[in-house]
Design a binder for this molecule. Structure first.
Ligand SMILES: Cc1ncc(COP(=O)(O)O)c(C=O)c1O
Length: 379
């Protein structure tokens, strides 16, 4: 297993940053690469035509390793909402309902809602009520039938980390001719993802959390169902002759193969791309399994120390080690507790009724013990 990787970051010593689900800290190397990239902007003559494409291709390749797809099935975008816009631009309704789960992230929720209104489709929100995670997953699976056009779901619940049975949901979708669209923002990079095994049709991930990328860059997977689709914008870069700068007005009607057509215009952001590529390289060199076991080791300390005191955690089969919620007793005020944590520079998030803790390889036992100690004092 890997050791703590804090030395690769510039986090302040007195910060207990348990908030990677909010935004990842910048890797030291990413910072240097971005500074160098800015310096290069002083004199654009260094830029050769291939520089407009090369780093983007590397980003697509490194991300494809993480999600177990092909490079050409990956697109580079500025946000998850941009990815959803491309997806929904290319789905024809073949049923009368679409499914999301309760409290889906707004970028996905509003994208589905808009598509449903446009196509006169009913939007079914599968509520958890008081169900266990297992029963909730069953309810989601049971709600998919031959009238379901699509399911949009986050790979884990973004507010509290509850796991979804992606493989079973994917199989049920496939059997019913239902599109399976996944927002992987809060798990891809920290937990294994296999788009083929889960039969995912499209996967979108914002880059600035578990992928150690910059803000304003997202990555997506588009299955063969989208290979002949129409992108929401017409960028010259997405045409097959784009590399040939002197002949761009020999207008080429062909898009780049597969997901290449969904790359955002000006795909290669010269300053942000090095940060993104470095984040992906770093993840691939740590290895997802190592990241998972590292977070498991730290989260187990929290569970072992706090469950005897009445703090509730998700059932172990549906618990995510890198992102979870501390179920405080009802009489305790969440926001007051969050303020106490803030005063001590323990960074977590409140999302709905959840006190969301999220950890990664830059955290150590000192961070975890500080949190545990403070919870113990508070309760
Ligand atoms: C599940 C999930 N999806 C997407 C995003 C970001 O959305 P966007 O890229 O549209 O800003 C977040 C941010 O917190 C998120 O938690």
């Amino acid at each position: 297993m890997i050791k703590c990787q804090k030395h690769l970051f510039n986090l302040d010593d007195d910060e207990y940053y348990l908030n990677c689900a909010y935004k990842s800290p910048l890797l030291k190397k990413g910072e240097l690469l971005a500074i160098n990239a800015i310096k290069k902007e002083r004199t654009p003559s260094y830029l050769k035509p291939n520089n407009y494409f090369e780093i983007s291709e590397e980003i697509r390749k490194e991300f494809s390793k993480i999600i177990k797809s092909k490079k050409d099935e990956v697109a580079i975008m500025p946000s998850s909402s941009y990815g959803f816009a491309n997806i929904f631009n290319n789905i024809n309704s073949n049923g009368n309902k679409a499914i999301v789960v309760e409290n889906e992230f707004p970028s996905g929720y509003f994208s589905v809602k808009k598509w449903c209104s446009k196509n006169n489709i009913q939007l079914e929100v599968v509520e958890r009520d008081k169900l266990s995670a297992k029963e909730w997953n069953k309810k989601i699976i049971n709600s998919i039938d031959s009238n379901t056009s699509l399911v949009l779901i986050s790979s884990i619940h973004w507010m509290n980390g509850t796991k979804f049975d992606l493989k079973e949901i994917g199989e049920k979708c496939k059997a019913n001719g239902t599109y399976f669209i996944v927002d992987g923002t809060q798990s891809v990079g920290a937990m294994s993802m296999d788009v083929k095994d889960f039969k995912i049709d499209a996967l979108i991930c914002a880059g600035y959390k578990w992928l150690f990328g910059p803000y304003s860059m997202a990555l997506g997977y588009f299955s063969s169902k989208f290979s002949d689709g129409i992108p929401i914008e017409e960028s010259w870069m997405n045409r097959t002759n784009a590399q040939d700068f002197s002949n761009l007005t020999e207008y080429d009607s062909k898009y780049k193969p597969m997901a290449g057509r969904y790359n955002v215009g000006e795909t290669t952001n010269f300053i942000l791309s090095p940060i993104m590529l470095n984040g992906l390289n770093q993840i691939n060199s740590w290895g997802i399994n190592n990241i998972e076991s590292y977070c498991k080791k730290l989260s187990e300390i929290v569970i072992n120390e706090l469950s005897p005191l009445g703090i509730a955690f998700e059932n172990e089969n549906y618990f995510t080690s890198h992102l979870f919620s501390l179920g405080l007793p009802d009489h305790l005020n969440l926001l007051s507790f969050k303020n106490i944590l803030e005063e001590k520079k323990i960074r977590v998030s409140v999302r709905g009724t959840n006190l969301r803790v999220s950890i990664n390889v830059f955290n150590d036992e000192k961070d975890i013990n500080k949190l545990v100690e403070t919870v113990k004092e508070f309760i």
